[in-house]
Design a protein around this ligand. Structure first.
Ligand SMILES: CC(=O)SCCNC(=O)CCNC(=O)[C@H](O)C(C)(C)COP(=O)(O)OP(=O)(O)OC[C@H]1O[C@@H](n2cnc3c(N)ncnc32)[C@H](O)[C@@H]1OP(=O)(O)O
Length: 431
């Protein structure tokens, strides 16, 4: 039997009102009820349950200093609950040989009742406009789906590798280290993860500053962490007594099947610390399998063990970047080789469009500006592709073979040599 509609038809029509009938509001930092409403809408958007008071309070602390935009629909039964959210803040991201201020975008949600009517587009285009007006050269995000953000000019800039190690066959050929590993409690773990991350993140392009609540989540002591007591933590102290590494992990012992140790976060500020923590994990008694996610593509792990086939790796896009100011972004990194090339950039939203002369001399000095008929070799590409290449982890050659970067072989090779980063980019924490 057909169901009687729960609401009159004019309500259904109003649910399809145009985006400009909605109210876009910046929620002030001290508007606790507003921030909580954003958190509630965010939790709903990301398929989570209704947050508890403790979780809301922790979330307020976590997002302090960020900008929140919420979209309201006055025609609803609960007009105080946003139908869409987006958060943003300025952070600093490491680049090959440098760093760049970045407009980080997060918590993009649109209620299922209001999807596919252009709300996300209007929020994202506003974020990019505001970032550009604020003088930011790059915006970044981590994406829930890989098909959403290319249309706004974002390209994949870091790849996250998920390792699974069969510990029974792995063995060890890595270095002996002269520091020590010791257990720490979870409060100490949160502090050490933050400190070691901050020290170590400059080693690789792509990483960003963390925040206290993020470390507490990894350490299992964030509000709402039901299984937090199972999280364990260790730190690596080097021969000089300096803490150079910290690792949060959890062991699962199912009724049947392999006993598994999941590395929640391995933070290291030296290669000895990294190797020692890997060894600790893969040689853990009674554990059959170790997993670790968000590792870089050049992680030493497969080379630390005797049997490389004990390690399987799956990779996935992680950090997406969007260059807004081509000269400022390209000047904020070092290059691996001299190059003189004109980048003809196509940007549908206009920010990066133009012909840009990039010159890097033998001393590494960089100059980027509008090309004024230099006659240097030309390479044509979209802003998505340039943003993907920015951190030096995506192959220029692969993009050229895919028809997404166009130019002579000589120009492509010169660009590839210059852009390559000797450490693969890594974003170790989602944001
Ligand atoms: C950085 C982050 O926060 S990532 C998290 C993103 N959020 C989520 O995944 C939570 C669940 N999903 C949602 O909340 C929403 O579906 C969103 C935010 C992904 C999209 O919101 P909507 O308001 O429906 O998007 P909107 O109507 O503005 O669509 C804009 C464009 O994106 C496309 N699009 C929207 N959602 C998706 C999707 N999930 N996959 C692919 N394309 C999409 C639309 O087709 C449209 O394309 P077009 O303009 O080129 O024709």
């Amino acid at each position: 039997m057909p169901q009687t509609p729960a609401r009159p038809s004019h309500d259904r029509q109003s649910a399809h009102a145009a985006p400009d009938a909605l109210e876009y509001r910046v929620i002030a930092d001290d508007d606790h009820a507003g921030i909580d409403a954003v958190s509630r809408a965010g939790a709903r958007g990301f398929l989570m349950g209704e947050p508890t008071d403790a979780e809301l309070s922790a979330q307020r602390a976590a997002v302090e200093g960020r900008r929140h935009i919420a979209v309201f629909d006055a025609s609803l039964l609960h007009p105080e609950v946003p139908v869409a959210t987006v958060g943003s803040w300025i952070t600093e991201m490491s680049t090959p040989g440098g760093s760049v201020p970045m407009w980080a975008i997060s918590a993009v949600t649109v209620a299922p009742t209001h999807r596919r009517r252009g709300i996300a587009r209007s929020m994202l285009e506003r974020e990019l406009r505001d970032a550009s007006d604020a003088g930011l050269a790059v915006a970044g995000l981590t994406a829930s789906e890989a098909t959403i953000y290319g249309r706004y000019g974002f390209g994949i800039a870091t790849t996250a590798v998920r390792f699974t190690v069969d510990t029974r066959r792995a063995g060890w050929v890595g270095p002996e280290t002269d520091g020590r590993i010791e257990f720490i409690d979870r409060e100490e773990l949160a502090v050490h993860l933050g400190e070691v991350h901050e020290e170590g993140r400059w080693e690789r392009p792509g990483d960003v500053r963390g925040w206290s609540e993020r470390w507490r989540e990894f350490a299992g002591i964030a509000a709402g962490e039901e299984d937090g007591k199972h999280v364990r933590g260790v730190r690596y102290v080097d021969a000089e007594g300096q803490v150079r590494g910290a690792m949060a992990y959890r062991v699962f012992e199912p009724d049947s099947g392999p006993v598994r140790l999941d590395v929640r976060l391995l933070a290291a500020a030296s290669r000895e610390a990294e190797a020692a923590l890997w060894r600790f994990a893969v040689q853990y008694d009674l554990v059959d399998q170790v997993t670790a996610d968000h590792r870089p593509v050049d992680d030493p792990l497969p080379w630390l063990v005797l049997d490389t086939r004990a390690v399987t790796a799956e990779s996935r896009d992680f950090e997406w970047l969007r260059i807004l100011d081509v000269p400022a972004a390209l000047s904020a990194r070092a290059y691996a080789a001299p190059v003189s090339v004109v980048l003809e950039v196509d940007d549908r939203l206009g920010y990066g469009s133009g012909a840009w002369l990039l010159q890097v001399d033998a001393s590494g000095s960089v100059s980027v500006g509008a090309d004024e008929g230099s006659g240097e070799p030309r390479v044509a590409l979209g802003i998505v592709e340039l943003s993907s290449l920015f951190l030096g982890g995506v192959s220029v050659r692969a993009l050229a073979d895919a028809g997404r970067v166009r130019g002579s072989d000589v120009a492509i090779a010169a660009l590839a040599n210059a852009f390559h980063s000797w450490r693969a980019p890594q974003l170790s924490i989602g944001y």
